[in-house]
Structures are given as C-alpha cells and as structure tokens.
Design a protein around this ligand. Structure first.
Ligand code: GLC
Length: 707
C-alpha cells in the first residue's frame, strides 16, 4: 500500500508505482505532523525489526537510533548513527508482520526502542514523502514483495565473483605488475587488481598519470593477458583546473551544482578545490557517464565510484571561519571550553552539515537545495555510469559499485560498505549487515576484507577471508600507511591458509553464482538471517549465522584466538569443515545448541537437510574455470532438488531467459539414492560426482554422466 504525503520529489526508487491509498487511514502507525512528520508504532516484546540496509548494530535493529543521511565516516564506532548508505526499508516481524519503506531523500531518523523500549519512532524531516506498507505472512514474503517493488538488482559480470585485490594505492605500473606476478607466482587465484586515486593525474577523474602509468592502454592489455582486470576508482568531485576538459565542459554547460548566487559550488576533496557534477540533472548525468568511455576504450571493464555522499573535506566559508577563530585565539589564554570550540571549528570542517545546505541541484528548471535530496547523490552518480554503459555497450555487463547509495541504486550497481577497520567488531558488523543489505536489494555487496583502517593480524585476516569467501563482492582492500594485506604479505603458514580459502571460493563459484542469479531473477535474497527459513523463536534470534543461498548455513568465527564457537543448529545439518575444497570430512549435527571446533585452517560450512551444494575445481581466474565436471555434496533424508544456473557471464542475455539450467534430483529409495538430471542447455557439463550423506552419516558415492 502506498500513501503519498505532500508532494514528494521523484526518487525513482520504486518501479511499480501502484495506486495511492487514503492517507487518513494509514495502518499500524500513529502519525503526528511536526516540523516534518513523526510516525510511531508500538512494538510488542516479540517483534523483531529487520532491514535498514547499511547500518550499525544487529540484524535485529531494536535498541538503536539510525539516521538515514549518507555520511563519510571512516571511524564507524558503534555509537555512530549514519553510514554511507541510506536504506529506509525495514520489516516488523512479530504477531503483526509488515514491511515499511519511507521514500524520502533527506534525513529520516529511526528510533527503534532506544528512547522508549516499546516504540518504533520514525522522524521524517520534511513534509513530502511516500510511505509504503507491505503486508505479508512471513519475513521472506514481505522482502520478496519489496524487491519486486523496487526492481531487479544489478548484475555484475561473472569475473566479478572472483577474488579481488585492492590497496590505497598501488602507486605505479611496476607495483601493480608486481602484485599480479605475485598472485601468479604463489598460485593464488585472483581476477582483479584495483587502481586507487593515485593512478590519476593530480586526482583528476578520467585522467591517468602518464609518469606512473605510461602507455596505459598497453598496460591494461598486458595485465589482462596475464589474466587480471584493472578496476580504477572514480571520485565525485571534479578538480578545478584551467584546461582540464571535465572542468571546462562542466562550467561551460552548467553541469555542476551551484551556490545561492548561481555559481558552481566549491568544496575541497582529494585534488583540492572541486565542483560537484549535478547528477540529478539528466543531461549532466549523461555527460559525466559518457566520460567513463575514455577508460573503457582503453580496455577497462569495471569501476568503483567513491566519495559520493558527497564527502567534503572543507569549504572556503567554513575554513575561513575556523581560521579567523584561530587568529583570535592566538593572543588569548584558552580555557577548556574555548579550546574545544577552536578544535571543533577545524574538526567540524569535514562533512559539515551546513555545507550540504549551501548548494543546489537543477531539477525540472528549478533549483533544489542539496540537503533536501542529499541521499540521492551517490545513487545518481552510480546511475550516471550505468546509463552510460548501457549506451556505450548495451549488452555488456560492467563491474560497478559505489560507496554512497539509496534504494534504487541497487538496479545500477553494487555497493561496498566503506572504510571499516581491521577490528574483529567490524568483521561481526559485516556478518550482520550482509542480510540487511540483501533485503534492500543490494545483492552485489561486500566489505573491505581484512579491514581498511588499522593493521590486520594474520588470524583476523584468515577469519575475515573465511567469511568473505561467501560474499558476492570478495575484495581485500586497505588504507595507505597500514600493514600490507595481500595474501603473500603474511608468513608462509598464513599464506598457505589464505590460498586455500581463495581456492575454496573459486571451487564454490558454481554454487555462489547460481544462487546469486537465482536470488536476482526471483526477487529474493542471497544472504539471509536464519529467520528466512526457520521461524522458531531460537532461530529468529540468531545474530551471527547466515543462510547463503538455499543450501548453506555459515557460522563465521569472529573472535580472536577462538578455536571454535557456539552455534545454533535449527534442524539436522551436515557439517563440512573445509581445509581446502578437495579433502573433505563430514559430521552430522543434530538440532540444538552445540560447540563447533574450527581451528584456523578450517572453514565450517553447514549443508541443510535435503539440500545439495555444487562445486568445481579452482582455477587462476573465473574465466579459467571449466565446469565440465562438477562435484555435488548432498545431505538427503528423503529428497533433495537443486537447479544449477549458469549463463555466459558477460552479456545481459539472462534478461531474455537465455541461460542454462540443470535440474538435479536425489531421492532416497530404500537404502539407495536415485539421481535424476535434466539438462536444459548446459552443453559444457559432462559429469557430476556425488557424495551423498544420509541422516546417519553414511556416505554413498555416485558418478553420473550428463548428456
Ligand atoms: C575513501 C574510500 C577508500 C579509498 C580512499 C582513497 O576513503 O572509502 O576505499 O581507498 O578513499 O581513494
């Protein structure tokens, strides 16, 4: 049900517009008109609140305050209320079950039992927004309704499911090549190496520094010939510099955001003073998007969009105020409060909320204050790129993911979760966040594995990799000045384990890709809380385990020096402790609480009852994987079915149902298993070797030729 309050700005978050309902009869909420609006819902003690995408705290959002206002906060400690994304969808899951989406592009505050333990209070700062209420009988059904409303998620190329190595920054061509050669030398699969801001000339978008990357086109090709893609960063701010084409054209055509006098707004980011392209203006969006073509023509097939909250280091106005304060302070004897005031004048320059009120977008001939549309900025930068890709090479799938986002952006790209730290707490936060991101449509997502800020130790690196191997975006990224995080930057024992984990990821690609595509095509999620399938009270409260696709449950280990962890087993399951993907030992777990031992080299993977997981061999890159012979591990009590999906991995033909499916069915008949395979178009697949375990733990091995 859609309720329109006032005259909202069109965000394009929702695709199915639907009929508007009478706003005098909004169910569930008490509504109060304040300076904006306040909506209150009285929760029962049993209610769980799922969703809200990229946010702090638990999968169950009760107990926190969350402010939707895209923020560049590299120090996201638990008390922070805003991160890089603004995802206003949540599900109330108790006796009453319903989903809520507040389609409003500026600040919305969700106080979920923080001020008053029983109340869920939503404060919308403005008077114009759309409210959607989706009723259903289960969490899963409500999320699926929402995903249908907002439209199909972005689909990356298949190579983007490989492992990706990043660092701020690999400074020049030699350093990049050394990284690539090390992956080859140590025989570790990897599909992409990232170019952070230092590949550019003076941090200018769409330029390449000739001195550090001479003959860039030739270099891209050389690296591709070695089996790797290069993925450059693009930042939101355009450097102000005479003669720089992006700057000159943007000024000439009025494509930048403006200040109250109508002049291009100035802020400072990496290159110093910049202008922000007005991504809300379709013409400016197209202009900026088509700039990616230069790099595409040089062979680039993927990008990451950054600093698009947009991040602001300072503006002249606020800097001037701070400097004046400092001048005054020079001759004073500052007491604690005046010292704090001085300090805050400088600290507060970064992402100052006042700055966001000082610039404007052009929308349908009118100027609209940025603050009122703030959360749409990163979204529309991603859209600029995706719409241009569509124009440049309509049938090709490009890799694209962004830092800032709003619901709707999920159709144009994925996201990564920004500048986390090499803290165990951020590994756990990553685990909790993944299912919420999926519920908001961001299927292709992941965190900086190993942590961006701070120094990672070997065991955190290993445990984080053991988790990230299941996230669609599997990228190791770290900040300048921190300990090196590439697998070969560690001691030999750690390197050996990391290599095995990455190989395990490649072996699992048939399953991971198939499940990702199933979720995408069926408006479903890829990673989910246990509550998606198990609705007993115990399972609903599990905060540190996840379902991955239809067949797997994972129980990441996120504590230092832990030799295992407590787990909840919601029904009988088969545990595969993977040291590498070849040597397998299994154990049956009964329903209940258990302690799971898993030393540093073991990745615990649980296979659900009557489910099948498929795996291949590893290769040095996704394109190297052959998949003519697969292995299946199945845990079967009565009957298990699996639909194995595959496609060309590069085009958008999947949208025309041009994909291959193999239906696999295993049925227990007396003491044997009958296997049926129906192959719809997968002419590569020749053979599947099965390891089938029954409820007693007896294993049956079978090999089936596929025709
Ligand atoms: C931002 C990004 C980070 C990147 C850095 C330099 O902090 O979040 O990933 O490495 O900028 O570009």
């Amino acid at each position: 049900m859609k309720y329109r309050i006032g005259n909202p700005f069109e965000t394009d978050a929702v695709l199915q517009k639907g009929r508007e309902c009478d706003k005098e009869n909004i169910e569930y909420f008490q509504i109060e008109e304040t300076e904006g609006f306040r909506l209150s819902y009285r929760m029962t003690p049993q209610d769980i609140i799922w969703g809200l995408g990229e946010n702090q705290k638990g999968m169950n959002k009760r107990g926190g305050v969350y402010v939707s206002y895209c923020t560049d906060d590299p120090n996201h400690t638990p008390d922070k209320k805003s991160l890089y994304g603004a995802h206003n969808f949540f599900v109330v899951d108790g006796e009453e079950k319903f989903g809520v989406f507040i389609d409003y592009p500026s600040k919305v505050t969700f106080d979920i039992g923080f001020t008053h333990s029983e109340f869920l209070d939503i404060t919308v700062e403005g008077k114009d927004f759309d409210l959607y209420i989706l009723k259903g009988t289960s969490l899963r059904e409500i999320v699926q309704q929402f995903l249908s409303l907002i439209g199909e998620s972005y689909c990356p190329p298949k190579w983007a499911f490989g492992y990706q190595q990043s660092r701020w920054s690999y400074m020049n061509a030699e350093e990049v090549e050394k990284i690539v050669d090390s992956f080859l030398y140590y025989d570790i699969p990897c599909d992409a190496v990232y170019l952070d801001i230092d590949y550019m000339e003076k941090f200018k978008d769409f330029t390449v520094d000739d001195a550090s990357f001479p003959n860039f086109e030739g270099f891209v090709k050389k690296i591709k010939d070695k089996g790797f893609r290069l993925v450059p960063i693009i930042d939101a701010g355009v450097k102000i510099e005479k003669g720089y084409d992006v700057y000159e054209e943007g000024i000439e055509k009025n494509y930048f955001c403006v200040d109250e006098k109508g002049e291009a707004f100035v802020a400072a980011v990496w290159p110093g003073r910049v202008h922000f392209p007005d991504f809300l203006n379709p013409e400016a969006r197209r202009w900026f998007g088509l700039k990616y073509k230069g790099l595409i023509d040089w062979g680039i097939e993927g990008f990451w969009n950054d600093m698009n909250e947009p991040a602001i280091f300072y503006t002249n106005k606020e800097l001037h105020k701070a400097v004046e304060k400092a001048k005054e302070a020079q001759n004073q004897n500052l007491d604690i409060y005046s010292y704090f005031e001085l300090r805050d004048a400088f600290v507060g320059l970064l992402n100052n909320l006042k700055d966001y009120q000082d610039f404007y977008h052009k929308s349908e001939g009118k100027l609209v204050n940025h603050d009122k549309l703030h959360n749409l900025y990163g979204y529309n930068m991603t859209r600029a790129a995706a719409e241009a890709f569509e124009e440049i090479q309509p049938d090709k799938r490009f890799l694209m993911f962004s830092r800032a986002s709003y619901i709707g952006a999920h159709r144009y790209g994925g996201i990564w979760t920004g500048d986390n730290h090499s803290w165990w707490e951020h590994l756990l936060l990553n685990v909790k966040m993944m299912s919420s991101l999926n519920m908001c449509g961001f299927l292709y997502s992941g965190a900086d594995t190993g942590g961006f800020g701070g120094d990672v130790n070997p065991q955190l690196m290993i445990r984080w990799m053991q988790f990230s191997l299941f996230t669609p975006l599997f990228r190791n990224h770290s900040a300048m000045g921190t300990r090196r995080q590439e697998p070969f930057a560690f001691d030999e024992g750690t390197l050996h384990i990391l290599r095995n984990i990455i190989r395990l990821r490649y072996a699992l690609i048939p399953y991971i890709y198939s499940e990702f595509m199933r979720a995408l095509l069926n408006r479903d999620v890829y990673m989910a809380p246990l509550a998606f399938h198990y609705d007993d009270e115990r399972s609903r409260r599990v905060e540190d385990q996840l379902l991955v696709g239809d067949a797997l449950m994972i129980t990441p280990i996120y504590e230092e020096n832990a030799g295992g962890r407590y787990v909840w087993i919601p029904e009988e399951m088969l545990l595969w402790k993977a040291v590498d993907y070849k040597n397998r030992s299994y154990q049956i777990y009964k329903k209940g609480n258990a302690y799971l031992e898993a030393d540093m080299q073991e990745t615990p993977i649980f296979i659900r009852k009557n489910h099948i997981v498929l795996l291949g061999k590893h290769g040095s890159s996704v394109e190297e994987l052959c998949h003519d012979e697969l292995e299946a591990i199945a845990f079967v009590d009565s009957k298990a079915t699996y639909v194995y999906y595959d496609d060309d991995g590069t085009t958008k033909e999947y949208k025309n149902r041009q994909y291959k499916e193999v239906l696999i069915e295993i049925e227990k008949i007396k003491n044997d298993f009958q296997i049926t395979i129906i192959n719809k178009g997968n002419d590569k697949l020749k053979k599947i070797s099965f390891e089938i375990l029954d409820i007693q733990g007896n294993m049956t091995k079978k090999i089936v030729e596929v025709s």
